[in-house]
Design a protein around this ligand. Structure first.
Ligand code: ADP
Ligand code: MG
Length: 331
């Protein structure tokens, strides 16, 4: 059975600079990402800033076309589907952005913003649209009173509720949430997370959940993918990853989290030092080798493949050795 939404060998490069001056350069934002989302599950994506999470979100939702590789919905190529039947892909795969203010048009009322998808996809007759919008507002914890208001009249948390209502209005099967609570007050974050969880229970929607909050990710995910410099370096069931991490980068990343990093003497559990190398000029071989305490000659010469070790997929030549050295660093 094919996955609901799948990335296959996804590569995304951005050209920057001027070709005239001979200073054209390539940002390697995604370098061969493979992942498959199952119906109804939550797959979290974590990794430092700049590792390609938002680029992945834009490719998965077809807001950006990959340079090579493909995104598949029910096994069908997204780019083909967008030519043949754009509504089908757009309805099935929705996105919620980090900044709900930037993602809502300030000149469109809340009712219009949520109703747009219903209108565009002809999901309910015009005369019933307002009632349907009010139902959706209720479903996200707002009320009929909000329908004629404008984004600037709402708080950040309320705006994010509107963005969520807009996403679920078209009955999607996947919602990609790109750091959906990072811009909100801490007190509001839990409410929005609970709302997303209630919606998943009610609608059976699958989430790709991009977040910096590792404690939260550990709690809410069915599976977790760890990204480094445009690649997935470890992906597996949350339960397996909670029991222990197999990639040196995952260990260092989780060790840096104050709520999680317990055993800092465990192998590879020292918090990360230095910056992520530039995606303009990624290291040869393993991309993490310049910061990796286990790096050896082979790591500079040969890019490790993503392969199954200890019940998860991991991109490290020496994963067995690292696992063998102990799983003391739990996430
Ligand atoms: P993340 O969301 O993990 O912080 P992004 O996907 O936003 O990472 O960015 C990955 C890399 O691609 C970064 O180096 C970023 O500067 C670069 N990038 C993202 N969008 C563009 C763009 N439109 N043009 C050029 N470079 C970009
Ligand atoms: Mg981002």
């Amino acid at each position: 059975m094919s996955a609901l939404l799948e990335a296959r060998g996804l590569v995304k490069e951005y050209e920057i600079g001027s070709a005239f001056a001979g200073r054209k350069r390539i940002v390697h934002a995604l370098s061969g990402v493979d992942l498959a989302l199952k119906a109804g599950e939550t797959l979290s994506v974590v990794g430092e800033s700049g590792c390609g999470k938002s680029t992945l979100a834009r490719c998965l939702t077809a807001l950006a076309a990959p340079t090579s590789g493909s995104v598949l919905l029910d096994g069908a190529d997204a780019q083909n589907l967008l030519h043949r039947d754009p509504g089908r892909f757009r309805r099935a795969v929705q996105i919620v952005f980090q900044d709900p203010y930037a993602s809502l048009n300030p000149r469109r009322s809340i009712g219009q913003a949520i109703g747009d998808g219903l209108r565009l996809h002809k999901l309910c007759p015009a005369r019933e649209r307002r009632a349907r919008v009010c139902d959706l507002l209720e479903q996200v914890g707002l009320s009929e009173d909000h329908v004629d208001r404008y984004p600037h009249e709402l708080s950040g948390g309320q705006r994010q509720r509107v963005a969520i209502a807009r996403a679920i209005a078209v009955s999607p099967r996947v919602v990609v949430c790109d750091e959906p609570v990072s811009a909100l007050d801490v007190s509001v974050q839990a409410q929005i997370i609970n709302l997303l969880s209630d919606i998943q229970t009610a609608l059976g929607v699958a989430y790709v959940f991009i977040s910096h909050n590792l404690a939260l990710v550990r709690h809410i995910s069915d599976r977790i993918a760890v990204m480094y410099l445009g690649q997935v370096v470890e992906i597996g069931d949350a339960a397996a990853l909670r029991a222990g991490l197999a990639h040196p980068y995952s260990r260092a990343l989780f060790a840096a989290s104050p709520e999680i990093g317990r055993d800092r003497d465990a192998p590879g559990a020292k918090p990360l030092e230095g910056d992520v190398p530039s995606p303009l000029d990624p290291p040869s071989g393993c991309r993490f080798r310049t910061r990796c305490p286990f790096a050896r000659e082979r790591c500079a010469q040969e890019m490790p493949a993503l392969r199954n070790v200890a019940g998860r997929d991991v991109r490290c030549h020496f994963a067995e050795e690292i696992v063998g050295a102990g799983f003391a660093m739990s996430c």
